[in-house]
Design a protein around this ligand. Sequence first.
Ligand code: PMP
Length: 407
Amino acid sequence: AIPEALASVRADFPILQRTVHGKPLVYLDNAASTQKPQCVIDAITRYYSAENSNIHRGVHLLSTEATGAYEAARGKIAKFLNAADDSEIVFTRGATEAVNLAAYSFVEPKLQAGDEILISSMEHHANIVPWQLLCERTGAILRVIPVTDDCELDLENIDELLNEKTKFFSIVYVSNAIGTVNDVKPLLAKAKQRGIPTLLDAAQAIQHIPIDVQELGCDFLAFSGHKIYGPTGIGALYGRRELLDTMRPYQGGGDMISHVSFEGTTYKEPPSRFEAGTPHIEGAICLGAAIDYLSSVGLQEIEKYESELIEYAEAKLSEIDGLKIIGSPKHRSGAISFTMGDAHPHDIGTVLDTEGVAIRSGHHCCEPLLKRLGVPATARASFSLYNTPDDVDALVAALKKTALLFM
Ligand code: PMP
């Protein structure tokens, strides 16, 4: 049964009313991007109809109001993550830019050739490639925590991997490709004990699990707005203020400076120092609206509901002949990846689409992980607060039809 808090959420998402190829849309591609509730869509319209103006520099009312709304959105994110201060939230284009910012502005100036950065085999490319680029620039070495066949982090050698050469540790909270929820708190604590700063890639966690950055003990955290029912092109880097204060600018331009002269330019305090140029004002404000929405439903309720839904989906999918769930983590959130006999995941996705069921197939931007698990591609169903057991049943029915075609 769908609990009270979530009973009416489907009605909040107008896109769920549409059909695809004449069939009702069953949207199970939430790990790629979530749909938007009416209140977020309304906030976008309201912003451009009544509030639009550039921020920070204007003395006129619209600019003052837009500035207030932009900064209020920062405050909502800070509160949502339980950051110690609003200034610990830097707006970025998304999780990708957040990781790149931390790599360039915080980590790079500290690195010497031979130093090590630690990540895991479970990372999204967004938490691999920025570190590879950094290693290319500095001669640092990228080290990788392996994963087990069950898609858990293999921590057997963690004490060697987090060593005196390790200058930064960046780890994914929830895997977008296979849904593993990593037990990150003890890992972050271990790094902290050794004086190693940390970043948590929360792109697939923040919409499913309540997050408290102080309780988790991460130094940085990255996420994207479009995966938490907000607009694309906006996200944030949380960083402990003490660390943000030490960081060099990321990009140069307007709004990030105190004074500019040809003799030398001085920079604003964080977070402005890292927000050069006119930001995605509407994006930030409407991300704030998405966070209000999530908070009104309640992350605790969402986590509980979604985990029951995922359990149901795992059980139902397991009944399909030839279907193999890739990885059976002890704790799963958000996504289930699978293969089905010899059917190519792209073919599975294509047939499901004709049934109105939207899933994703491919390597899910986790090529090294899929290689490790011995599959070039998987089909992935990923869930959100508006999915229901009916969606799972529609997925299963469509997969049974697909099986008839390919197996
Ligand atoms: N990390 C993870 C775990 C992700 O799932 C994603 C998006 N799929 C990203 C990082 C990057 O997010 P974005 O493309 O929105 O910057």
